[in-house]
Design a protein around this ligand. Structure first.
Ligand code: A3D
Length: 312
């Protein structure tokens, strides 16, 4: 008999609460929803609320709200949302100093309490934070990823499905690069039911979809005003966690440590990767034309600038 899996959620805010709910609804394992002592009531309340919903819907996994890292120990998967979200007018890079401080604390505790977990980083600025997390927590490169590509890709797919009035299930697309305004939606490689997207949507409309995808995070910050997106980021992170826990070997885009792929060495950057029981099991390289290479290089230079400003 296999033991139930354990999922440690570091940060019990907007994304954290939704992660807990999704993990239970998908029966992925027991959840520890962790936050700082000031937020003890928040995580204990969310845990109690979700456990009461389990009674109605018959889910077997339990949520525990905690402010003690000992409760996180032994987690199979950890998803980190601890950090501050953007407010209107802020860039993700504006969060660097404050979120880096929080991340140092979290990384040191992961190193101490859950060094064997598959760790998914969500707090922004994503590519720099996952880079620093990998270094500070000393995690193996296959066991640490940043979640961004699944979200950016699903935003792109959502806008394509809306434009065509078709089922989103048949939209296949990929967004490469950093989680910033110069991310690279790969229009040429995207299809709808196997038909190239470029044959279905006119160029000016496609350009508008690419722009809206790149600015997808800011659009939601503008609407919410007090924070950033949380439903779709939670679902996207759970897709990565589920692929690891169930060894599904899904190929999902996300920030992985590159060692020469795409001409990049020693940085985390958004690429398609296979996630299974071994964590990041493969990184796939997409053949790009010169224009796409130039866009990816621009995105990489933005990521590199932020990463290089991080003092470890
Ligand atoms: P929010 O609802 O504020 O929750 C963050 C939680 O982190 C709060 O409950 C804090 O108390 C908690 N926290 C702060 N410090 C610590 C600590 N040291 N240990 C444990 N918990 C702590 O924010 P949110 O859930 O909306 O967003 C969380 C992060 O995700 C932000 O940095 C966002 O920018 C980021 N985000 C990333 C994406 C990506 O696609 C990468 C999308 C959306 C949001």
């Amino acid at each position: 008999q296999t033991r139930k899996k354990k999922i440690g959620l570091i940060g019990g805010g907007q994304i954290g609460g939704n992660l807990a709910l999704l993990a239970v609804q998908k029966n992925l394992g027991d959840v520890v929803l962790f936050d700082i002592p000031a937020a003890e009531g928040l995580v204990k309340g969310k845990a109690l609320d979700i456990n009461q919903l389990s009674a109605v819907d018959g889910y077997d996994c339990r949520v525990t709200g905690s402010t003690d890292w000992k409760d996180v120990a032994g987690s199979d998967v950890i998803i980190i949302t601890a950090g501050v979200p953007r407010k209107p007018g802020m860039s993700r890079e504006d969060l660097l100093d404050i979120n880096l401080k929080i991340m140092r604390d979290v990384a040191a505790n992961i190193k101490q309490h859950a060094p064997n977990a598959f760790v998914i980083k969500v707090a922004n600025p994503l590519d720099a934070m996952v880079f620093a997390l990998h270094k500070i927590a000393e995690l193996p490169k296959n066991m640490v990823v940043g979640m961004a590509g699944v979200l950016d890709t699903s935003r792109f797919k959502c806008f394509v499905a809306e434009a065509l009035g078709c089922s989103i299930r048949d939209v296949e697309a990929l967004v490469l690069g950093g989680h910033g305004d110069d991310m690279v939606p790969l229009v040429r490689h995207s299809t709808v039911g196997g038909v190239p997207l470029t044959e279905l949507i006119a160029k000016d409309k496609l350009d508008a979809i690419v722009k809206r995808t790149r600015e997808g995070g800011a659009e939601l910050v503008g609407l919410y005003k007090t924070g950033s997106a949380y439903f779709a980021p939670a679902s996207s992170s759970i897709a990565m966690a589920e692929s690891f826990l169930l060894d599904r070997k899904r190929v999902l885009p996300g920030a992985a440590l590159l060692e020469g792929q795409y001409g990049i060495n020693g940085y985390f950057f958004g690429v398609p990767m296979q996630i299974g029981a071994g964590g990041v099991e493969k990184i796939h390289t997409v053949q790009l034309d010169d224009a796409e290479k130039a866009l990816l290089e621009k995105s990489f230079q933005s990521v590199k600038k932020t990463v290089d400003s991080v003092k470890l």
